[in-house]
Structure formats: structure tokens, C-alpha cells
Ligand binder design. Structure first.
Ligand code: CU
Length: 64
């Protein structure tokens, strides 16, 4: 499992968008998004740039 921090999420709509965006990445499964922690976790071996791109496309940002 991989956990990433995401900047920009503020409500459940953001959570839903993030979940959908990550689920749309080939190879990603088991997506869970935590609004309080501003984190998302998922299973799958996917390059971090691909994940960053998917998150950027919906207006958020993956942070270290
Ligand atoms: Cu929102």
C-alpha cells in the first residue's frame, strides 16, 4: 500500500473526486481517501509521477 499527502481537499466532494481520479489510473486499486489527514492510500505499483498527474488534473497537489 502507498500513502500520499494531498493539498487542496476541503470537503467530501473533493474526496470523491480524488477517489475517482486515483481509481481511473490503470493498476491502482483499493483507494481510500482520508479528508482529516489529507491523505490517500492505494494498492498497486504505479509511478509516482502518474499519480501526481492524475491529482493535478483535478486541481489538487501531491505533497511530500
Ligand atoms: Cu471539496
Amino acid at each position: 500500500m502507498t500513502t500520499i499527502s494531498i493539498k487542496g481537499m476541503s470537503c467530501q466532494h473533493c474526496v470523491a473526486s480524488t477517489k475517482k481520479a486515483l481509481e481511473g489510473v490503470p493498476g491502482v486499486s483499493n483507494v481510500h481517501v482520508d479528508l482529516d489527514k489529507k491523505e490517500a492510500s492505494y494498492d498497486g505499483e504505479v509511478a509516482s509521477e502518474v499519480i501526481s498527474d492524475a491529482i493535478s488534473k483535478i486541481g489538487f497537489e501531491v505533497v511530500d
